[in-house]
Design a protein around this ligand. Structure first.
Ligand SMILES: [Zn+2]
Length: 123
């Protein structure tokens, strides 16, 4: 994990890839909101059946965002990461409170949406 992060940073520094805004990490237990680092999406739960993904809101407001990965629940998200540990989220995330941002996370980059579509996280 630390190695992949270093490779991603080095490739970005060399200009080979765009600097990732997010990299993925894993944890067995839910991190406390104050433990969330900017730019780190934490997949929580056992490897074979992760339960949540949590990260600080990329808008800059820093509010912890918590998304369910449980396929039996709605809404639910799917998270994947590439060989550099850059996360992608499916579908998009739309906040109805706070900063009300709406975005996609794709290969570690945040794509902002201007529309009001998307799926609502439950708080
Ligand atoms: Zn925000």
């Amino acid at each position: 994990m630390i190695l992949r992060t270093s490779i991603a940073r080095a490739l970005a520094w060399l200009g080979i890839i765009e600097r990732p805004e997010f990299l993925v990490s894993t944890a067995l237990d839910m991190p406390a909101p104050e433990e969330l680092l900017p730019g780190l999406a934490v997949v929580v739960g056992p490897n074979e059946r992760p339960k949540w993904v949590t990260f600080a809101c990329p808008s800059g407001c820093g509010t912890p965002i918590l998304l369910s990965l449980n396929p039996a629940r709605r809404p639910r998200w799917a998270v994947s990461s590439d060989w550099l540990g850059r996360p992608s989220l499916e579908p998009s995330v739309r906040r109805t409170d706070g900063c009300r941002c709406h975005f996609w996370m794709r290969r570690g980059r945040i794509d902002w949406c201007k529309d009001r579509g998307g799926v609502l996280p439950k708080n």
